[in-house]
Design a protein around this ligand. Structure first.
Ligand code: NAD
Length: 297
């Protein structure tokens, strides 16, 4: 039967994820600081709350899908102010620092309830189509108990290890993503300047060893892939702001573990510079335009 599921953070990702939970017969209890986001879920049958503490007390599971470390941490502090039902299982799917995850886990554990990190990859399309990959950090029992509910929103639910290890996996993947997009952008630009037809060269790249998601699915050269953000002035997609945030988190865990990440560090610097040029809200493939175009110098 359906569970009572609390959902906090109904943005680009969370709105779709909450809707998919409802499609599986769960009863949704939602909170967001955006009235519009709440109204949208209300029209689909969710119950809207004006604070996360009351929401949590009504929920078997609570899922949070929020922008950053501080907002996630503050939301969990607010969530426990009226006490916690020990049977409530808390799941954070935001992309945040593994250290913050461990602190939240401790806070929830002290209240007698359970918490795991379960960040996602797959983007807004994966959220909409319920094909997300969830990377879970917690005990074996916790993984087994959370798997079913996550399967309403994703198709691959992976146990990565203990608390924070879901975030570790997510941040390593996104560091690679940030690096590979820079690599594809400068490579495509070089090919074009050498006189190669960008479409012909993209096809060579995608049937050769340079192939990756940034070359094949989200190629940053305008006009090559009609459905990619590059073909609509880099609107929508995965923002430069978000990849910059994720590379900052990756830089933090690289520092903590004393791991050299020269390429990740360079990519982070490039995206930070792009943000300072006003490109933060564009898809990160805009790095192609940034590298190509003198106007940014
Ligand atoms: P978003 O900005 O679209 O949504 C965030 C939502 O949180 C908004 O609706 C906002 O109103 C709400 N919010 C902000 N502060 C709040 C508060 N204090 N209390 C309640 N609600 C609050 O972001 P998103 O794209 O949905 O991403 C959410 C998280 O998922 C981020 O950590 C992001 O890094 C991660 N993520 C995003 C993608 C993606 O492709 N967009 C993919 C994987 C992971």
């Amino acid at each position: 039967g359906g569970c009572n599921v609390g959902f906090v953070g109904l943005g680009n990702m969370g709105g779709h994820m909450a809707s998919n939970l409802m499609k599986h017969g769960h009863k949704l209890h939602v909170f967001d600081i955006s009235k519009q986001a709440c109204d949208n879920m209300k029209s689909k049958g969710a119950t809207v709350y004006d604070n996360p503490a009351d929401l949590a007390l009504k929920s078997d599971f609570v899922i949070t899908m929020l922008p950053n470390n501080d907002i996630v941490y503050n939301t969990y502090e607010a969530m426990i102010t009226k006490g916690v039902n020990k049977d409530t299982f808390f799941v954070d799917s935001s992309t945040i620092d593994p250290t913050v995850v461990k602190n939240i886990q401790k806070m929830i554990c002290e209240e007698g309830a359970r918490f795991v990190d379960a960040p996602v990859s797959g983007g807004v399309i994966g959220a909409e189509q319920a094909t997300l990959t969830f990377m879970v950090g917690g005990t074996n029992d916790e993984y087994n108990d959370v798997k079913n509910i996550l399967e309403c929103m994703g198709k691959r639910i992976t146990h990565c290890g203990h608390y924070g290890m879901g975030q570790a996996a997510k941040l390593c993947n996104n560091m690679m993503l940030g690096i590979s997009m820079c690599g594809v952008a400068e490579t495509m630009n070089l090919a074009v300047r050498l006189g190669l037809d960008p479409k012909v060269f993209m096809e060579i790249l995608n049937s050769s060893t340079g192939r990756c998601w940034a070359s094949e699915i989200n190629n940053p050269v305008p006009g090559l892939l009609p459905n990619a953000p590059a073909s609509r002035q880099y609107a929508g997609g995965f923002s430069t702001d978000l990849i910059t945030k994720d590379l900052g988190l990756a830089s933090g865990i690289a520092t903590d573990s004393n791991s050299p990440t020269p390429m990740g560090g360079l990519a982070h610097n490039i995206y930070r510079t792009m943000k300072s040029k006003g490109l933060g809200n564009k898809d990160f493939g805009v790095v192609y335009d940034f590298i190509k175009n003198e106007k940014y110098n």
